[in-house]
Write a protein of this length. Structure first.
Ligand SMILES: [Cu+2]
Length: 501
């Protein structure tokens, strides 16, 4: 053969080798550990993978569990001590325990005042809140109020570790409107494992507006907390986080709602309010109804939307919340509709009592948030999320407790531009979360955000290649965190800190 021909063949071979290497590396870095087969489960779900990001990251498939259907577990409403001045005191212990998720062995888990997840903390706008928290774990933890506007010394970030047998007390005044928020640990480098083991709970903030709105509000009757998580059980029914953790977000093949596998709720034929919380380490959900009927979103992360927004599907990334109303007024006793994630069943809503509810529509106005969506050409701050695995970074840097990355002043409105760099591996959706504030999304890639994102937010999806502008104002001084809410990315250093003076 002539030399040029040999060179061409050699060149093509090298190119093919390079392509195969990149593909192989991508498989390994996104799919390990492998294989994901759950002994007592059936075949993987076919069809659309609801976790396939725009960047095409491969995720663990959800598998329908063979466990019998079970009534949805409802977190207890935490009882506090009300003082004569209206302030409320709560006590919460962070502890270990065993949880019976499925037949066979109990799973070793963490929980707040129980073995898995925690109670609902109810607070009101204007109220003084006093919380005492005890750490009964054998490791440091912290108590972070996700979505609450509070001073940084009570925010419970990595600066505020609580040692084993340690106690922390926090006092603050509720400065914000009605919303469904949540709490979870935020210790440096250990958030992913502690949340995966079960540490998370809800905060219901109420105010005069939520009191007066004609919405379903009977807890466990027509108003349900829905904490959606995915977990992987080994042969002994254990979580085994250390063995299955993934640098790009730990997932499981089994869905849990409030810790229940294959859950159902029993309701009357009326409007049903679901307070959806994506409490997963890394999985994105695409909620829809099995009937293909639409539903209404009434609240985003930080409170009510201005008006109910009719939706067919709703995406929630880790850390995000949404309140929706599913109307089963037309249903008869014995009918049911399922809340789905893509093609995977999340929750069965079973109508067990036919009443003749007064047919009324949802309130037309729920809130009065000023909305102006003017993006700016020169934002006050720019953040770029990049990388995967242990290469994740914000503005090219990984978290350093000793380094302050940004500065701001209280009472000053700023425009931040947040970019998700479209890197060579195709990139991932990074959920951006900012502590201590509720912000507004001004635009996504130069476009007005969708109607259900035109409310208060503390966590938003950033698709690969996206540019999102938000409007932020810090009410309190101190040092606050901003980070990716894929908990393993956060633990790997996709986090920065801002000092507010
Ligand atoms: Cu991330």
């Amino acid at each position: 053969m002539k030399k040029p021909v040999i060179s061409i063949i050699l060149g093509i071979s090298l190119l093919l080798l390079a392509i195969v290497s990149v593909l192989l590396f991508r498989q390994i870095s996104t799919q390990s550990p492998n294989p994901f087969t759950n002994q007592d489960n059936g075949t993987p779900l076919m069809g659309m993978n609801p976790n396939m990001g725009m960047g095409g990251e491969v995720t663990m498939e959800l598998v329908p569990s063979k466990q019998e259907t079970k009534e949805l577990a409802l977190p207890p409403l935490l009882e506090g001590t009300l003082s004569s001045d209206g302030s409320i005191s709560y006590t919460i212990a962070t502890q270990e325990g065993g949880t019976q998720f499925k037949e066979g062995n109990a799973t070793q888990t963490f929980g707040y005042n129980g073995s898995y997840l925690g109670p609902i903390i109810r607070i009101r706008k204007g109220q003084n809140v006093h919380l005492t928290t005890v750490n009964k774990l054998e490791e440091n933890t912290s108590f972070h109020w996700h979505g609450l506007k509070i001073p940084s010394n009570v925010d419970g970030g990595p600066h505020s570790p609580i040692k084993p047998n340690g106690t922390a007390t926090v006092d603050f005044t509720v400065m914000q409107e009605a919303a469904t928020l949540w709490f979870h640990p935020h210790p440096e480098g250990r958030t992913g494992e502690q949340v995966y083991n079960g540490l998370a709970g809800l905060i219901y903030v109420e105010d005069e507006n939520s009191d007066s709105l004609d919405l379903p509000k009977d807890y466990g009757i027509n108003d349900f907390p829905i904490i959606v998580q995915d977990r992987f059980f080994d042969e002994d029914n254990q979580f085994n986080y250390q063995d299955i953790q993934n640098m790009d977000g730990t997932q499981g093949d089994t869905l849990l709602v409030n810790g229940t596998i294959n859950p159902y709720i029993e309701v009357k034929n009326e409007k049903i309010r679901l307070r959806l919380v994506n409490g997963s380490n890394a999985r994105n959900y695409q909620f829809n109804l099995s009937s293909k009927e639409s539903f209404y979103q009434i609240a985003s992360d930080g409170g009510f939307l201005n008006e109910p927004v009719q939706m067919d599907t709703l995406q929630l990334v880790p850390g995000e919340r949404a309140e929706i109303v599913v109307d089963v007024s037309d249903y008869k006793k014995g009918d049911n509709v399922k809340l789905m994630n893509g093609n995977a069943e999340v929750l069965s809503i079973n109508v067990v009592e036919g009443i003749n509810p007064e047919i009324k529509s949802l309130p037309e106005t729920l809130n009065k948030i000023s909305t102006s969506f003017n993006s700016v050409s020169v934002p006050d701050k720019e953040l770029t999320f990049s990388g995967m695995g242990n290469m994740v970074a914000i503005n090219g840097k990984q978290f350093d407790m000793e380094r302050i990355d940004l500065q701001a002043k209280t009472g000053t409105t700023e425009i931040w531009e947040i970019n998700n760099s479209n890197d060579m591996m195709g990139g991932m959706i990074h959920p951006f979360h900012l502590h201590g504030v509720q912000f507004k999304v001004l635009d996504r890639n130069g476009k007005v955000p969708p109607a259900n994102e035109q409310g208060w937010k503390d966590t938003i999806a950033l698709y690969p290649g996206e540019k999102v502008q938000i409007e932020v104002e810090f009410p309190e001084k101190g040092i606050f965190m901003y980070h990716c809410h894929i908990l393993e990315h956060e633990d790997n250093g996709m986090m920065g800190q801002i000092i507010v003076e």
